[in-house]
Design a protein around this ligand. Structure first.
Ligand SMILES: Nc1ncnc2c1ncn2[C@@H]1O[C@H](COP(=O)(O)OP(=O)(O)O)[C@@H](O)[C@H]1O
Ligand SMILES: [Mg+2]
Length: 627
């Protein structure tokens, strides 16, 4: 821009005067750039800093507010405090604030015909204070006699403005990372996140089963994250495509895996899917809750072992595979021998056996030499007999029953690890194998089913990832729960495969979160560095974009019970899972299972095991009331 001093004779150039001191060696460029606060310009600690400017700005704001909008001093902190504590979104303050301001302006305009009228009223106090009548205002008198009128005139616009400002502050805190050097800012962000989480937990408790036109199943309350397609307002939903494909639920004990599985089971019912549960931990209270839950949907659940399962459906080939699950052979040669023996029995002219009693009888005939199986020595024959006989004794008719997966819409298989011992995983594998046969052959193709396996690691299921992959294509989704990513399977490669093929990972608190956070991917985030001198930060620094994990590992390590991170297709969301509830009226008066199922394998019905002290009458037990 043109500077008149260069041509106007009234401005003499001071540099032309000889006596004029030459500051810093003349008017040339400064010898060194002097950024604010740089140690070369000011003694340490005395330079103007961000902190100083910030304080000055704050004082100015306070002065302006006190002069122009005293009621805002009350409205702002109250609104901010409430919103922050309740985890409200910024617009829940800003929109009402805007509405108030617009309504006041509109009303003033309507009443006086002048849109500026509310502003004139608003500044009444200032105008009266600074008005200059002939004898001058006696400020003290004026203020004491008029303060109430002034406040009344200031209140409407100030309240609106304060709400808008509080909303803006909430938004700022929610979206801008806190200054790394300001513990207060960091604490404010943490408090904000904690409040959001608390609110989501509260919201989750009141979640409906489905929302929206498409009846999307609701997992719980939404807290945070970028899995936007799963969000519906304050709810976290699960798209039915992802739902049907199954997934992995993780979490150390007591963090909500079983609750999450129950919720998934309930949601499956709303999607018209069949739900089957295999509980390798053997929690009777959960079985009772599950029965009550599905009863609320008008379905009577089959409960194993109270109602023995029919494990003998299918052709000889299928039975051979299934029976093979019972035995963990260490030597393949042994396995082959047992396979030959089973083949002989299953393809006998009279048809395959249809109960363990029949199987054991046939094995006895072979072991004692009544029947010959070529190429199998006596040791293998006797070994095979003893294994199957022991299993049959423990299972005590549990697999010689009358119902199978296709006969019911919901079932709960409870495996009591304490009584079953080593046979618990064998039994579970037998049933999983039968589920696979049901899903691929016995289930109508358009019927969708879901299998929930709690404490999956106890099954030690070989080739699990490949098996589940196959079942998915037959419309059967499998959700498995385990305590940690490595704990999914004894074989680390299998554990990895299970995580890699899982469409969705729902992780509650875990100790080593790396496998989960790496699968959630990274985000570009700016990262700042600060330059320091002996007195502290100089105010200069640098900023660079950096890949950071989408899920903060420390957050995953410290989630409260019921809160989880969902990882799906490289995106993640933090949610509070809803605990399943069935209203008391929905719990059947005569429950599907009036007495506790006798743990499998005791073979002694009148010896009450310790856990029978648990809920036996779901209508009155505390467990059922939580249902
Ligand atoms: N979604 C939830 N909402 C509220 N509380 C929960 C939730 N999930 C779990 N909890 C609490 O945590 C406890 C343990 O949950 P549970 O599902 O049995 O854990 P896990 O199966 O991981 O051992 C529950 O009894 C309940 O008090
Ligand atoms: Mg559990």
């Amino acid at each position: 821009m043109y500077d008149p001093r260069f041509s106007d004779p009234r401005f003499s150039d001071p540099r032309s005067r000889a006596s004029y001191p030459a500051p810093m060696g003349g008017w040339g460029p400064l010898p060194r750039p002097a950024p604010m606060g740089s140690p070369s310009t000011y003694p340490p600690g005395t330079g103007p800093s961000d902190w100083f400017i910030n304080q000055l700005f704050r004082v100015l704001v306070v002065v302006v507010v006190v002069a122009f909008a005293l009621p805002a001093v009350v409205v702002f902190p109250v609104a901010y405090g409430l919103a922050s504590w309740g985890g409200w979104r910024w617009w829940t303050l800003a929109l009402p604030g805007l509405a108030i301001v617009l309504a006041v302006i509109g009303a003033g305009w309507y009443l006086t015909g002048d849109p500026a009228a509310p502003f004139l009223w608003h500044t009444l106090g200032l105008r009266e204070l600074f008005a200059n009548p002939r004898h001058g205002p006696a400020i003290a008198d004026l203020a004491t006699s008029r303060w109430l009128t002034w406040l009344t005139h200031e209140a409407p616009l100030s309240a609106g403005a304060a709400l808008i400002a509080a909303g803006a502050v909430i938004d700022h805190i929610a979206t801008t990372p806190g200054d790394e050097l300001s513990p207060t800012a960091q604490r404010r962000r943490q408090r904000h996140a904690a409040n959001l989480q608390r609110r989501a937990i509260k919201t989750a408790a009141a979640a409906p089963l489905t929302v929206g036109r498409h009846q999307a199943p609701v997992l719980g309350g939404w807290t945070d994250g970028d899995l936007h397609s799963w969000r519906s307002g304050r709810w976290a939903t699960i798209p039915s495509s992802a739902f049907g494909l199954g997934g992995v639920v993780l979490g150390v004990p007591g963090t909500g895996k079983t609750e999450s599985l129950l919720r998934l089971g309930e949601l499956a019912l709303t999607q018209d899917m069949d739900v089957h549960v295999i509980d390798a931990k053997g929690d009777l209270a959960t079985a009772v809750r599950f029965a009550a839950l599905v009863a609320g949907h008008g379905i009577e659940a089959k409960l194993f072992p109270a109602e023995p399962y029919d494990g003998w459906r299918g052709s000889p080939d299928v039975l051979r595979n299934r029976l093979g699950q019972i035995i963990d052979y260490t030597e393949p040669f042994y396995e082959d021998g047992a396979g030959d023996i089973l083949d002989t029995i299953l393809t006998a002219p009279g048809g395959p056996p249809r109960s363990f009693t029949a199987l054991v009888a046939a094995l006895e005939a072979i072991a004692t030499g009544q029947h010959d199986v070529k190429g199998v020595d006596r040791k293998t024959r006797e070994g095979t007999l003893s294994r199957y006989r022991r299993f049959a004794a423990t299972a005590s008719g549990g697999l010689d029953g009358t119902w199978a997966f296709e006969d019911t819409r919901a079932s709960y298989v409870l495996l009591d690890g304490v009584t079953l011992g080593k046979d618990a995983p064998r039994l579970a594998r037998y049933l999983v194998e039968d589920f696979a046969h049901y899903a691929t052959s016995r289930k109508p193709p358009d019927r969708r089913a879901m299998l929930l396996i709690d404490e999956f690691s106890a099954l030690r299921l070989p080739n699990a990832a490949a098996k589940f992959e196959k079942l998915r294509s037959f419309g059967a989704g499998i959700w498995i729960a385990a305590q940690s990513p490595e704990g999914l399977h004894d074989d680390p490669r299998e554990a990895d495969r299970l995580l890699n093929t899982a469409g969705t990972i729902l992780s509650h608190r875990i100790v080593d979160p790396d496998p989960v956070i790496t699968r959630a991917g990274t985000l570009w985030r700016p990262e700042r560095s600060h330059q320091l001198d002996p007195s502290g930060a100089t105010g200069t620094g640098s900023l660079r974009l950096q890949h950071t994990h989408r899920i903060d590992p420390n957050d995953l390590r410290s989630l409260p019970a019921g809160v989880a991170w969902i990882v799906h297709a490289g995106h993640a969301a933090k949610i509070a899972v809803t605990r399943t509830t069935a209203r008391p009226a929905e719990i059947p008066v005569t429950p599907a299972q009036p007495t506790a199922p006798a743990p499998l394998g005791t073979g002694d019905a009148d010896k009450p095991p310790a856990r029978e002290a648990g809920p036996t009458a779901p209508t009155t037990s505390p467990a059922a009331q939580q249902v």
